[in-house]
Design a protein around this ligand. Structure first.
Ligand code: BES
Ligand code: MN
Ligand code: ZN
Length: 490
């Protein structure tokens, strides 16, 4: 069932469940009418410290026979930010789903800044999302109504309209991205990603080009192709050209790693947990989700979205450690570890991005396990060849509540990936694994183009439940791509 959002200015939200988000020092003035209508339960809960507004605190209240019958108070903690609003909205929607409320009103009184409204709208989508396509429906007697409608309550609907539309579009884009991520690898294939790109372009106006094995051979993309050597599935280099910006303005290039499954290839991964590697297309999901959001808003901007989609599989034909391949910019690469496949795919995609004469390139990839070790599951690794771009991407990431932190890209790291036999090798070993992967990519970035790389290996999905969203895909990096592009739209 699709989830849809609307915006309303009211002090008596009318919904099956009304969620009120409050910090640790709540101002209840705006809630007077609602509190009165519900027999004073809100004020009572706050006065008696039954509800203290701590982060992720949830107090479910049943009010009187008339008016708003079910309330939840959601805590945002001390000194809430727009990120706290997003989190509270997601938790509210998740709670509504659990309680079987078909409609939800969400209200964070006093939080009406653009970033708050955006975050609330996106957060509601985040919490409402689920993936039920390959689950049998519950027995009728166990069935609860699904959450279909959300209402975001603000003080001034007209003033908040644009921010609401932005958050709503982002939320839809994130839901699309998360669905692609969650889909099993046998359903979300490279061709499926290509078909999804075609649908997005059809909906919003854009041109899709897909290169298969033959076309990539013609272009000398030996790096990408060596990864696809072990699979019978057709690899797909997918491009969406969206040009609604000024004529002649150089496009922003968004690049995503689209490994629909990463077994490691001949350097095969351990069996335990290998199923998580269906998420190795999260960079691609980020690109597609962002394009959906950009298209929905009709942003006046030129964007070229590029996705390198394939699967990394062992076979008698698969690429082996010690092999040397030639990328489309002429560089020779020694394969040390076939599990360092993302950078091999992205190498040719980055070179290809250059043919569109981009103003800037931002790529995202679940590239290294080392990034999970360095930054854990809450912060994206950010590496660039341009300091101003570092700040621009960080700001976009923070607006999206997908925080990113820069890692050094000094020339010394390049020495770790010099090959004895070829120009460069695809693994520099364990030390600084996230940075050496980025240094590898840098060798394929078109000359003179500012470039940023997001390692989302730890943040694109979660292996545990996060309270406000279930374990599985998080939506990262849809929001960072989206806000980055929006920041440059005219
Ligand atoms: N897709 C993985 C990275 C990954 C690991 C993402 C864990 C999410 C969670 C990537 O293709 C990979 O296997 N990288 C190797 C590189 C190494 C062989 C140099 C890694 O991180 O172990
Ligand atoms: Mn790998
Ligand atoms: Zn991978």
């Amino acid at each position: 069932m699709a989830f849809s959002l609307s915006l309303k200015a009211t002090d008596r939200p009318d919904a099956d469940l009304v969620a009120i988000a409050l910090g640790t020092t709540p101002d209840l003035a705006a809630l007077k009418a609602l509190d009165k209508a519900t027999g004073g339960v809100i004020g009572h809960a706050v006065e008696t410290r039954t509800f203290r507004g701590g982060r992720d605190e949830v107090l479910h209240l049943t009010a009187g026979k008339r008016g708003e019958r079910r309330l939840v108070l959601i805590g945002m903690g001390g000194t809430p930010t727009h990120g706290s609003v997003r989190r509270a909205a997601a938790l509210a929607a998740r709670t509504a789903k659990k309680l079987g409320a078909p409609s939800l009103a969400f209200w964070a009184p006093g939080r009406d800044a653009d970033a708050d409204v955006e975050s609330a709208a996106a957060g509601l989508h985040l919490g409402a999302w689920d993936y039920l396509e390959v689950k049998s429906p519950p027995k009728p007697e166990d069935k609860r109504p699904s959450l279909e409608k959300g209402v975001l309550v603000v003080a001034d609907a007209k003033a908040s309209k644009r921010a609401f539309d932005v958050g709503d579009a982002l939320g839809v884009g994130q839901s699309l991205g998360r669905r692609l991520q969650m889909m099993p690898g046998n359903l979300c294939t490279p061709q499926y990603l290509a078909d999804t790109a075609r649908e997005i372009a059809k909906r919003h106006g854009g041109k899709v080009t897909v290169l298969g094995r033959k076309e990539m051979e013609k272009r000398g993309m030996g790096s990408f192709l060596c990864v696809a050597q072990g699979t019978t599935q057709e690899p797909q280099l997918i491009t969406i050209e969206y040009r609604k910006g000024p004529k002649g303005a150089k496009p922003i290039a968004l690049v995503g790693k689209g490994l629909c499954f990463d077994s490691g290839g001949i350097s095969i991964k351990p069996a335990a947990g290998m199923e998580w590697m269906k998420f190795d297309m999260s960079g691609a999901a980020g690109v597609l989700g962002a394009m959906e959001a950009i298209g929905r808003l009709g942003l006046a901007v030129n964007v070229v979205a590029l996705i390198g989609a394939t699967t990394n599989m062992p076979s008698g034909e698969a690429v082996k450690p010690g092999d040397v391949v030639r990328a489309s910019n002429g560089k020779y690469i020694e394969i040390i570890n076939t599990d360092a496949e993302g950078r091999l795919v992205l190498a040719d995609v980055l070179v290809h991005a250059g043919t569109f004469d981009p103003a800037v390139i931002v790529d995202a990839a679940t590239l290294t396990g080392a990034c999970v070790i360095a930054l854990g599951n809450t912060t994206v690794g950010l590496m660039t060849n341009d300091e101003a771009l570092t700040e621009e991407v960080r700001a976009a990431a923070s607006r999206a509540s997908e925080p990113a932190w820069p890692l050094p890209m000094t020339p010394d790291y390049k020495e770790l990936i010099v090959s004895d036999v070829a120009d460069i090798k695809n693994s520099g070993g364990r030390a600084a694994g996230t940075i050496t992967a980025a240094k590898f990519l840098e060798e394929f970035v078109p000359e003179g183009v500012p470039w940023a790389h997001l390692d989302v290996a730890g943040t694109a999905y979660s292996e545990s439940d996060l309270t406000f969203i279930p374990k599985g895909p998080t939506g990262t990096p849809v929001g960072t791509f989206f806000h980055f592009v929006r920041g440059r739209a005219s």
